[in-house]
Design a protein around this ligand. Sequence first.
Ligand SMILES: *[C@@H]1O[C@H](CO)[C@@H](O)[C@H](O)[C@H]1NC(C)=O
Ligand SMILES: *[C@@H]1O[C@H](CO)[C@@H](O)[C@H](O)[C@H]1NC(C)=O
Ligand SMILES: *[C@@H]1O[C@H](CO)[C@@H](O)[C@H](O)[C@H]1NC(C)=O
Length: 459
Amino acid sequence: MVSQIYGVFFTFLAIAASALPENPATAKAAASNSSSQINSNSVLVALLDSHYTELSELVEKALLLQTLEEAVSKHNISIFAPRNEALERDLDPEFKRFLLEPGNLKSLQNLILFHMIPSRIESKHWPAGVQKKQVHHASLCRDAGDEKIRLHEKNGERIVGMARVIKPDDIIRPDGIIHGIERLLVPKSVQQEFNARRSLRATSAVIPEGAPEVDPRTNRLKKPAPPVAAGAPPVLPIYNALAPGPSLAPAPAPGPGGPHHHFDGESQVKDFIQTLLHYGGYNEMADILVNLTSLATEMGRLVSEGYVLTVLAPNDEAMAKLTTDQLSEPGAPEQIMYYHIIPEYQTEESMYNSVRRFGKVKYDTLRLPHQVVAEEADGSVKFGRGEGSAYLFDPDIYTDGRISVQGIDGVLLPPEESKAPKAAPAAKIVSKPRRGKLLEVACSVLGAVGQNSHFSTCH
Ligand SMILES: *[C@@H]1O[C@H](CO)[C@@H](O)[C@H](O)[C@H]1NC(C)=O
Ligand SMILES: *[C@@H]1O[C@H](CO)[C@@H](O)[C@H](O)[C@H]1NC(C)=O
Ligand SMILES: *[C@@H]1O[C@H](CO)[C@@H](O)[C@H](O)[C@H]1NC(C)=O
C-alpha cells in the first residue's frame, strides 16, 4: 500500500520533471536534500494537517514545499485558504484538469502562490470599513506582474480579492496565519494561460456563485460562525505556564480545580504512567516520572490548564545505557526528561507525515531553548543526531488527545551534550524495583496529587 503510494508519487515527479526541464522537481530535492529545517509549529505544517485538504493536496502536487519552507524561514506568511468546496464542486472541471496537467505546473504554482502574502496579516490588521480604505498586497506569485491582492471590508465582512473571508484567523502560528476564504483567487496571468490553451470561448474559470447567502430569519447576510473556543489551546505559550525551572523550583501543587482547570490533567498523567507500566519495557521511564514527583505534578498541571504534551519515552534498554556522569549533575534527570517532552500533541502518524513531507522537522522541547530534530529514516521517524539519537520504536503507547506517549529506542541529548566524552561506565539510572513495589510507590505518590479513581490498580 505504502509502496504503491510512493510509486505513484515518484511517477508523478518523473512526469513533472521530464515535462518541465526548465523547472526542476524541487520537492524531490527538498525531500532528500533539505538544508533548511522546518519547525513543527510552522504554519506550513499546520496547513498540511488542516481541514483545507484540497489546498494542501495542491500545494504538494505543485511541488511547492521547498519554496514555501524557504519563505517561512525568512518571513511570516499569510495564507488565504479556499474552503474545500471551492476546489471541488465550485471549480470548473476543465480548469482543474488544466491545472493538474504536468505541463501546466507553473500555472498551478502561480495559482497557489497567489493565495499567499509574504507578511503577517491578522484579522485585526484588516483595513477598517469606515474609512472605506483598501489595502493592496503583493503575493508570493512572482508571475502575477503588478496584480496585487486587495483587502477591504464590506458590510462588516472582510474581503480578499473577490472572496469573502469565512474563517478569519482560522489557524495561527508563530510564522504565519491562515484565513479561510469562500472561493479561489485566480490571478489574471493564470486565467490567460488557461484561456490561451482552450480553443473554446474564454469563460471564467470559476463557476459564478449566486448571491451571498441570506439568513431567512434575520434577512441579513449569513455571518460565519464565531470561532470555537471549547478545547482551544491556551493563549499564552506553554513556557509562560511552566514553573520557573525544573530543578530550581518545584511546581506548585495543583489547586482543587480553579477556573483554569478545564481538564483533569493529574488523572491523565496517572493514566499514562500506568499505561507505560503495563505496556512493558518502559519501567525506568515510569520510575523516573514517579520519583520526580514535581515533574509528574507539573505535567498534570499543564494538561489541566489546557496544554498538550508529547512524551518521547526512552525504553529500558536505552535508559540502561545512560552513564553515571550524565546523571551526576544536580537536576540532570529532570533536564533529560524535559528534553523528551514536546509541547504539542503529536502522534506517530502526524510526525511521520511531517518528516516525509519536509525531510527534517524541528520540535520545541520543554527544555528551552533546545529543539529536537526529526527526520525520516528506514520508514520510521528518527529523532536527534549522532550519539543522542533514537528511532520511534513503539508508536502511540498512549494517546488521549492531550498527552501522547511515543516509545523511542535511545535517550535524546541536545547536540552539544551528545558530543561530550563518555568516560564513566554504564550504570542504571535507578534500581528497578519489582513492579508491585513500583505500583505501590506510584499509588502513594500520585494518590497525594489528586483523587486516584483513575488509577485503578491502587486498591
Ligand atoms: C544538497 O544541496 C546542496 C545545495 O543546496 C548541494 O551543494 C549538495 O551537493 C546537495 N547534496 C546532495 C547529496 O544532493
Ligand atoms: C512573525 O511574526 C511574529 C509576530 O509579529 C514575529 O514575532 C516573528 O519574529 C515573525 N517571524 C519572522 C520569521 O519574521
Ligand atoms: C526514588 O529515588 C530514590 C533515591 O533518591 C531511590 O532510593 C528509590 O528507589 C527511587 N524510587 C523508585 C520507585 O525508583
